[in-house]
Design a protein around this ligand. Structure first.
Ligand code: DGL
Length: 261
C-alpha cells in the first residue's frame, strides 16, 4: 500500500519549524499541515480545551487520509498525546522540551527551559524534570506574548526583542549555559536568542530529532510514506491569507492555504 500523507499540526506557524526537518528527512513524503490559528495561542488555554482541539484536528487529518500524525506542538503534546494514542492506532509522534539532552550538555550545571505555561505546568513536564533534573538545575521560564509576536511575523522588532530579553536575562543571571527551546515557535527566534544570549550559550531544539524519530516509526508500519510526490498542503482554522503571507519566509516557498472550520 502507498500514498499515505503525514498529518502535522500546531496552534499556528510554530510547527513549520518541525515540518522543515520532516521534509529534509522524508523528501518524497506527502505532507498535510494544519495551523490552528483560529484558536491560537494554546499556551494559556486549559488542557481540556487543547485536548478537544487536538482530537478535532486529528480527525480532520485522518479524514484527508493521513497515515501518521505529528503533534508539532509541545503544549498540545502535553495536553493530548495520551488521548490521541488511545483513540488512534497509527504512528503518533509528539514533542517535549529537550531537558535530557540539555542536562547532558550543560557545563555550568544550570539549564533554562523556555516554553508556554501550559507545557511547564503539565504533569508530563514534571515527569521529565523528575527523571533528568537530578543531573542539572532546571530553571523554567514561561514566555507569554512571544507566540503572538511570531504569529505576526515579528522575529526581531523592538517588541519581540524586549519580551525575549526579559525572559532570557534571568536565566543567564542564574548561570544557565544551555537554553531549551520548548515551544515549536521559538526556533524562529534563534538568531535573536543567539544575539541576546551570546555565542557560548547552547540553544537546544527538538525538531530534527522528532523528524528522525518519525522516520523510524514509519519504517515499522506497512504503509509507504516515501512513495509520494513530496507535496505539501496547508490548512488554517484562522485567516488563510495570514499563513499564505508567511509561508515564503517560513517554508521557503509560496503555497495556497485552505480554510478549515
Ligand atoms: N507551538 C506551540 C508549542 O510548541 C504552542 C504555542 C502556543 O500556541 O502557545 O508549545
Amino acid at each position: 500500500m502507498n500514498g499515505r500523507p503525514i498529518g502535522v499540526f500546531d496552534s499556528g506557524v510554530g510547527g513549520l519549524t518541525v515540518l522543515r526537518h520532516i521534509r529534509a528527512v522524508l523528501p518524497r513524503a506527502d505532507l498535510l499541515y494544519v495551523a490552528d490559528s483560529g484558536h491560537a495561542p494554546y499556551g494559556d488555554k486549559s488542557a481540556a480545551f487543547i485536548e478537544a482541539r487536538a482530537l478535532a484536528l486529528a480527525d480532520f487529518l485522518l479524514s484527508r487520509g493521513a497515515g501518521a500524525l505529528v503533534v508539532a506542538c509541545n503544549t498540545a503534546t502535553a495536553a493530548a498525546i495520551s488521548r490521541l494514542r488511545e483513540r488512534h492506532a497509527l504512528p503518533i509522534v509528539g514533542m517535549e522540551p529537550a531537558v535530557k539532552p540539555a542536562a547532558e550538555a550543560t557545563r555550568s550545571g544550570v539549564i533554562g527551559v523556555l516554553a508556554t505555561s501550559g507545557t511547564l505546568e503539565s504533569g508530563k513536564f514534571a515527569g521529565l524534570v523528575q527523571r533528568f533534573g537530578s543531573q542539572a538545575r532546571v530553571i523554567v521560564q514561561p514566555c507569554p506574548g512571544l507566540v503572538e509576536r511570531i504569529e505576526a511575523g515579528d522575529f526581531d522588532g523592538p517588541l519581540t526583542r524586549d519580551l525575549l530579553s526579559g525572559y532570557v536575562a534571568p536565566l543567564l543571571a542564574q548561570g544557565a549555559d544551555t537554553l531549551v527551546l520548548g515551544c515549536t515557535h521559538y526556533p524562529f527566534l534563534a538568531p535573536l536568542l543567539r544575539e541576546l544570549a551570546g555565542e557560548t550559550v547552547s540553544l537546544i531544539e527538538t525538531g530534527e530529532a522528532v523528524a528522525r524519530q518519525l522516520k523510524r516509526r514509519l519504517a515499522e508500519t506497512d504503509f509507504s510514506f516515501e512513495a509520494g510526490g513530496g507535496a505539501a498542503r496547508f490548512f488554517s482554522s484562522g485567516d488563510p491569507a495570514r499563513l499564505e503571507a508567511l509561508l515564503p519566509r517560513l517554508w521557503g516557498r509560496a503555497e495556497p492555504v485552505e480554510a478549515i472550520g
